[in-house]
Design a protein around this ligand. Sequence first.
Ligand code: DOR
Ligand code: ZN
Length: 336
Amino acid sequence: MKIKINRPFDLHVHLRDGKMLERMVKHTSAHFGHALVMPNTTKPILTAEDAQEYKREICRIAALENLPHFTPLMTIKLVASTTPEIVRQASKAGVIAGKLYPEGVTTNSADGVSNFESLYPVFEAMQECDMVLCLHGEVPGVFVLDREAAFLKTLIDISRAFPNLRIVLEHVTTEEAVETVRLLPYNVSATITVHHLFTTLDDVIGGMLRPHLFCKPVAKTEGDRKALIGAAIGDSMRFFLGTDSAPHLVGKKECSSGCAGVFTAPVAMACLAEIFEQYGALERLQGFTSTFGRVFYRLPPGPGTLELVKEPWVVPAEYDGVVPFRAGETLPWKVL
Ligand code: DOR
Ligand code: ZN
């Protein structure tokens, strides 16, 4: 059994910088035609210039890997010092989104935002330039399982204050977040990761500690997981794929203060075919992975197609020093 879909878009990925970037570009560009690249690199992507330089580097690596069809879509990180002028210049330089991390919420977010209202002039400029606002929707300091729910009021406030600003609530993990996005107007969408469709907090800490499943926001309950599956396979175009594939070297995960992030890039499409088939929704895989996000971001179709075949394969224990999601497991679907 084979399926062919339009080449997918990953609308949330961490490609990192330096040596890690050199290793990671191929894992995303092998399957995805376009990817929205997050700006929380060691030296953050804050301006048009940073984004242009980062894009050149990604394209150089993709060309070396013989994957020149890959288009990285660029973001800047919104921090307290971001100005409307920085936004306008970034937009002119082709940056399509600004990513907001609340201060200290996850990897490389010590420079994140603590006062959202102080960024309203920046949101105003983004609305004018038609730049998308991507939100890491958690409130730091709140009990970890309640952080996403605590953020939803901020999402509602921003979407009301800027009715023409396109907003993406990234990597939703709760039924409450799914329902909130559904009730908000059409300028608000959400990404769903692959790992959150498969795991609950029990998988992370319910038995042995599984550091390679630890991420932010952490996976929640079985009811939440079912709500995410319902949104992914459902008919709403407001929910689309953003893998949040977030590689960390094995030593940074298996240690006393392990980093948050699940590395899904090489297995994402195979895992999605598996779960969509499980729920009798294979015909919706194309919408979730290559149509809905593209339409929301107003992007042209990706180049060509991606074929998957029902043929078991074993996920390697490591890719370039990083342990992937479902390492060592046999997956029923394989990307051709
Ligand atoms: O688990 C995560 N890891 N969540 C994020 O939001 C960031 C990411 C990373 O950059 O490692
Ligand atoms: Zn992320």
